[in-house]
Every structure is written in C-alpha cells, then in structure tokens.
Design a protein around this ligand. Structure first.
Ligand SMILES: [Fe+2]
Ligand SMILES: [Fe+2]
Length: 485
C-alpha cells in the first residue's frame, strides 16, 4: 500500500452517526481534516464520482442499508475510480480474503475485529479507533513525509547532543502550578527552547501578578519550567514551606497548587532514591511516597488521572518511574487487586529502572539508533538494578518482580532471560505494558511523543507479547482518561 498525504481527502461511508463521528475525530487527530461523510453506499458513490478535487481514500462500512460496502466497491472499480478503499465491518479474516480474492476488488485495506456484535457502545468505538489507527499507521509508515520517526533538525551534530545532555543533567522540570503570583521564590526559574536555557525569574523575586508564566509565548508553547539542580536543597525547602501552610484558601486553583506540591515532593523523593538506591533512608521515604500514592488513588479515584502523567517532558528516569508506578497502581486497581498486593507492585514499579543510574545519560538520551554495544549496556540495567537493591531486606520479594520482568514478553522475546507464558508473573505483565506505553508517550527534544491511541496501536502490533486481559483493561482505563480530557 502506498502512503497517504496530509491533504488527503477522505470519504467516510457509514450508516451510524456515532461511528462516523469517531472516525472523523480520529482522522483529525492525525491531521486529516478534509473529510466528507455519507450515510450509505448509494449517496457515497454519488459523492465520490462527482467530487472535485477527487477523493484519495474511502473508509467504508460493509453492512449498510440501500447499498452495502461490497456493492459499493464493485461499482467503484467498474468505474475506474482511483480512490483507495479501506473496508471494515466484515466478521472474520476469511470473509475478507474471500471477498477480496473472489471478486478481485482490489480493496486496499481491511479493518477487522470491530463489530462482532453490531453495536456502538463506548468500548466498541474505542476499539474501532484503535483498529483504524493501526490501519492508518500502516499507510503513514510507508510515507516518511507524513509519518517521520526521525530526529529533529540539529540533533545529528555532536555539539547539539552535548548541549542537550548538559541541559538534562543540570536542570529539572517543575510543575508550573506552584509558581503562584505574589509569592517570593527563593531560587531562579528557567525556561528552555531547543536545549537553550533562559532565566525567566531571578532568585528571591516576587512572581508578577499577571500570570506571565501562563501567557508568555515560550511557556505557553512549551509549558515547561525548570530549576537548576544546584538549587535542589533550596527547592526542597521551598516545597516544605508551601506544604506547611503557605497555600491558603480552598479555591480550585489552590487545590491544583496542593496537588502540584505533592507531585513535586514525590518527584524529589524518587530522584533521591534513584541516586542513592543503597541508602535505607531513601528506601523508607520512597515507600512512604508510594503508599501515599496508593491511598490517594484508592480514596479518590479521580485523582489518579491528575497524577497519571506528571508531564511529557524529556525522558528523566525519575519521572518515568513515577509514571510507571502510577499507571501500574491504576491498572492493578482496575484488575481488582487488594491494597496489600498494591504495595509491593507499586514500590517495585517505582524502582524498576534503578539500574539505569549506572548507564551514561549520553546513551539513555541518545537521539537515533543505538549501536549493538550500547543496546547491550542498556539491557544490563535490569541486572544492575537488582544488584543495587537486593541488600534491602525490608523490601518484600514480590517487589523485585516488576524490576526483573518489565522487559520480558509473554512470547519469550524479551530480556534479560527470555522467559515466557506462565513464567511471567502478574506484576511483570502489568509493568511490561505500562513501561513501553510510558516510553512511547514521552516527548523528547529531538522526537515527538506518540499520542495515547497511537502508542496502544503500536503495542497492538505484537499482541502475542502481552497479556490480553490486562491489555484490554489498560486500554479501557486509558479510554476513560482520554474521554475525560
Ligand atoms: Fe527498563
Ligand atoms: Fe522503564
């Protein structure tokens, strides 16, 4: 199949309005907005043959009143219409092959497994969204103009890469919500663009009343604020002050500030833990943070979605660890796990990538492909992490499972041990899904992040790697979040 371009003109033929709406929404999410709808094959065919400019692609339901999909495609081919036709709504793959081969219709793509029962429940619509994305991703992958997983301009140069690494090592992203107008901030605040850092508020300055941090062009675009790591202790003290009474009032805004302070505290604790994994003190603090997160999610499920993605900044192991921890708790709760089982899973998820502290950031954050040798180094993080933590006798044995198994796959194609099937513990099954998902949806300075539904579609490419039930639960959980946005 050849690729499609962003100005692709698409005709969506389906008798169900909800389905057409989902398809339109999905297409526009990936930049396709030139879309025309038709409620059956007959109307669709009229629109197709009279269009100027012509349509590039037709997304077509099979079962429709007046004229069904199969008849529609026959007419399209008889009339030498060049548009690509992607058909959905057939029950099985055998049906697809039969239809395509016997009638020699030249159908360009099928989307399957959607409407086993013809229904338009939320869950089915989400499935349609995913299937359709899969199909479209295939088109996009074959057209580098539209779908490029390449690297942003400039990131081929060693100087730029050094600059990027310096930036990642020296600065830490912070939540903009804690920068309250009128408050005196004891440390400087920075912003960044293309790895060039700019100070936007000097230490000990009062935050201006007009919320420049939300309106300024740089911030609004990037939404990212940073502190220098030399100011780390000052920042911790500032957070302490904030949580001990400086934030007054009960407005919605203050609730956001409070939530942001909790996030920032857990981030600092996780960062300390990553840097000092052998210290008994940091493990204790990490365990406290984790049980706070669990309580938070159990007592107030809606808070989960607030905690879920701390941000989509560049990759920092401590942020990724918090994300994997939060998502693992959410997924485990949706699978019906009890509080006692959540504790070891959550602390395990938080420390799953601990071994990365031994890998130079120039490898972890390398733009582009890793060499064979670099990849071997990366793979070692699993065993290194275990070595770093095994001396902690107060960590329950199950809490090591997410660490040991998060890169294993049900198919046996994972690492470090290539275990498969039943050898994969529930915690490993959870962590392996959540881990890749978070990595895919994290932005990098040199690379765009995948959207949640794109990330799920990528995982769906190798269904044999993941536990189907857990995966379905995960998709439903994300679906709720996307809908709540
Ligand atoms: Fe990992
Ligand atoms: Fe990870």
């Amino acid at each position: 199949m050849s690729g499609i371009k962003l100005n692709t003109k698409v005709l969506v033929v389906d008798d169900s309005i909800p389905v057409r709406t989902v398809i339109k929404r999905l297409l526009s999410k990936i930049g396709l907005t030139n879309i025309v709808e038709a409620e059956n094959g007959k109307i669709g065919f009229e629109k197709l043959t009279t269009a100027d400019p012509p349509f590039d692609m037709v997304l077509l339901d099979n079962q429709m009143p007046v004229m069904d999909g199969e008849t529609f495609v026959k007419k399209v081919r008889e009339n030498d219409v060049l548009a690509k036709v992607v058909l959905y709504g057939l029950k099985t793959e055998t049906d697809q092959i039969k239809l395509d081969q016997s009638a020699n219709l030249g159908i360009d793509g099928f989307i399957s497994k959607i409407f086993h029962q013809r229904s338009t429940t939320e869950d089915n619509l989400l499935r349609l969204e995913l299937e359709l994305t899969n199909c479209l991703l295939d088109h996009f992958r074959s057209n580098r103009d539209v779908w490029s997983d390449g690297i942003s301009a400039g990131f081929e140069s060693p100087k730029k890469i050094r600059q990027y690494n310096d930036f990642l090592t020296n600065y830490m992203p912070i939540e903009p919500n804690i920068i309250i107008p009128g408050l005196k901030i004891p440390l400087s605040i920075y912003t960044e663009k293309d790895t060039i850092v700019k100070m936007i508020l000097e230490a000990d300055a009062i935050v201006p009343e007009q919320e420049i941090f939300y309106q300024g062009d740089d911030i609004k675009k990037a939404g990212h604020l940073f502190v220098h790591l030399d100011d780390r202790e000052k920042y911790k003290n500032f957070l302490k002050e904030l949580s001990s009474g400086k934030i007054k009032g009960s407005s919605e805004k203050m609730d956001r500030v409070r939530a942001a302070v909790i996030k920032e505290n857990s981030k600092m604790v996780t960062k300390d833990f990553m840097e000092n994994p052998r210290s008994g003190e940091t493990v204790k603090e990490a365990k406290n943070v984790v049980s706070e997160m669990i309580d938070n999610i159990l007592n107030n499920p809606s808070s989960f979605y607030g905690l879920m993605k701390i941000n989509t900044y560049d990759y920092y192991t401590y942020l990724h660890s918090i994300n994997v921890c939060t998502l693992s708790i959410g997924l485990a709760v949706s699978l019906g796990l009890k509080k006692e089982e959540l504790d070891p899973l959550a602390i395990g998820a938080l420390m799953h990538d601990m071994g990365k502290s031994r890998i130079p950031s120039s490898i972890i954050n390398k733009p582009g492909r890793l060499s064979e040798e670099e990849f071997t180094t990366i793979k070692n993080h699993v065993n290194w992490g275990h070595e770093l933590l095994e001396s902690h006798k107060d960590l329950p044995p199950e809490s090591f499972i997410p660490l040991k198994q998060h890169h294993e796959k049900l198919s046996g194609k994972g690492y470090p041990n290539g275990i498969e099937g039943d050898q994969l513990h529930l915690f490993g099954r959870i962590a392996s899904i959540v881990d890749i998902y978070d990595a895919l949806t994290t932005e990098r300075s040199y690379k765009k992040a995948f959207k949640p539904f794109e990330a799920v579609s990528i995982l769906l490419k190798t269904p044999e790697d993941f536990d189907e039930d857990i995966f379905n639960n995960f998709v439903t959980m994300l679906g709720k979040q996307i809908r709540d946005e």
